[in-house]
Design a protein around this ligand. Structure first.
Ligand code: ADP
Ligand code: MG
Length: 349
């Protein structure tokens, strides 16, 4: 995804890097606009503050942001051995383990989307993600053996997690259960930062982590934020569509950035829990708009698992605002739910 202020020269790419960030100031932005950026969750984050009503010290705001991002990582990163998720993954007993309110909140949303997608979306897919080399352990780009896949599938299943919102206890029904929050933690991080900067009096902002984004109010020029959805082509970076947005979160999932190629076949990092293997269908990318980034992020991965047909039907059933980009021969075709179409009609550039 790409956020745009004006035609091409102000392009701000949001799938991991910024182009022309400095132009935000150079192109007539209000003079108390600011950009905060850094690294988190194995990717980059960017915050664009269109103005600074409370005249905060931006360095102090950045410190507040970094502290909160560390806390999110300390809950959800499988790359940190002492994180809340890692300690639960390592735990093989049958007792309920008390987790933070944040952990329970994100787990509840993940479980809800698993339920609505009948398990196509499933954070217990971790053993398969690791087996296919997309997890925290380094691995060669290799196709796993069939019996290793069937062994790993036995450890997967969201119904093997029980949790209680009041006691904040999480119970694993099988000892090997391994949770992977990669498909939702970036979104939750975006929400956490958005809420923090709102609490500091910023009402016009864009927050983005690794392409997951949340926007409010207007851009530094005082007009609506413009987001460009990338053409899902692994070989180039170009724009598929531009939309004007504010007061929403937006997430894009695709098979065009994180994958490996073996013997001419491209293997995506989205795993179908029923087959135990990366998904293989014509859906190249999905863009979801939702009130929170956590929800948009998780649904985007869910739709990548479901594919265009089942995904579209489910998006309709749940009144979601979704754009599917399907690859047909060498062309990219769009399929939008009426909610997305409506939005586009009203507010498109
Ligand atoms: P994308 O931007 O493509 O959505 P994310 O990092 O947000 O990428 O989510 C993809 C990650 O989600 C994978 O790397 C993997 O860790 C995890 N994942 C893969 N398949 C599933 C699934 N079926 N359900 C939930 N999470 C999954
Ligand atoms: Mg995602």
């Amino acid at each position: 995804m790409i956020a745009i202020k004006k035609p091409v020269k102000n392009l701000v790419f949001l799938t991991g890097f910024f182009i022309c960030v400095t132009l935000l100031v150079a192109c007539g932005a209000s003079n108390d606009s600011a950009i905060i950026s850094g690294q988190t969750m194995g990717t980059t984050y960017h915050i664009s503050l269109s103005n600074n009503p409370a005249k905060h010290d931006i360095a102090a705001i950045k410190e507040g942001v970094e502290q909160r991002l560390s806390a999110v990582n300390q809950s959800f990163s499988t790359y940190i051995d002492s994180s809340e998720v890692s300690t639960l993954n390592q735990y093989t007993g049958g007792e309920g383990q008390v987790k933070s309110a944040a952990f329970i909140q994100v787990l509840a949303e993940a479980q809800n989307i698993s339920f609505l997608t009948e398990g196509a979306y499933d954070i217990t897919v971790g053993p398969l993600v690791n087996l296919w080399g997309f997890g925290p352990d380094f691995s060669e780009d290799d196709i796993p053996q069939a019996d290793n896949i069937s062994q790993a599938i036995k450890k997967v299943g969201y119904t093997n997690i029980i949790f209680d919102r009041v006691t904040q206890q999480v119970k694993k029904l099988i000892p090997e259960l391994y949770m992977d929050f990669s498909s939702i933690a970036k979104g939750y991080g975006v929400d956490t930062i958005a809420e923090y900067i709102e609490s500091q009096g910023f009402n016009d902002y864009m927050v983005e982590i690794g392409g997951e984004m949340r926007l409010r109010g207007s851009n530094p020029e005082g007009t609506q934020w413009r987001i460009a959805i990338e053409k899902p082509d692994p070989t180039t970076r170009s724009i598929q569509r531009i939309i004007k947005l504010s007061d929403t979160a937006v997430a894009t999932s695709g098979d065009y950035r994180n994958f490996f190629i073996k013997d001419g076949v491209r293997f995506s990092h989205t795993i179908d829990p029923t087959t135990g293997s990366p998904v293989r269908h014509s859906l190249a990318s999905v863009t979801v708009l939702a009130p929170t980034s956590m929800t948009a992020d998780a649904w985007a991965t869910a739709f990548m698992v479901l594919g265009p047909k089942k995904g579209y039907d489910l998006a309709m059933k749940n009144n979601l605002s979704v754009l599917f980009i399907v690859k047909e021969k060498d062309e990219y075709k769009e399929l939008m739910t009426p909610q997305f179409q409506q939005f586009f009609k009203d507010k498109a550039a």
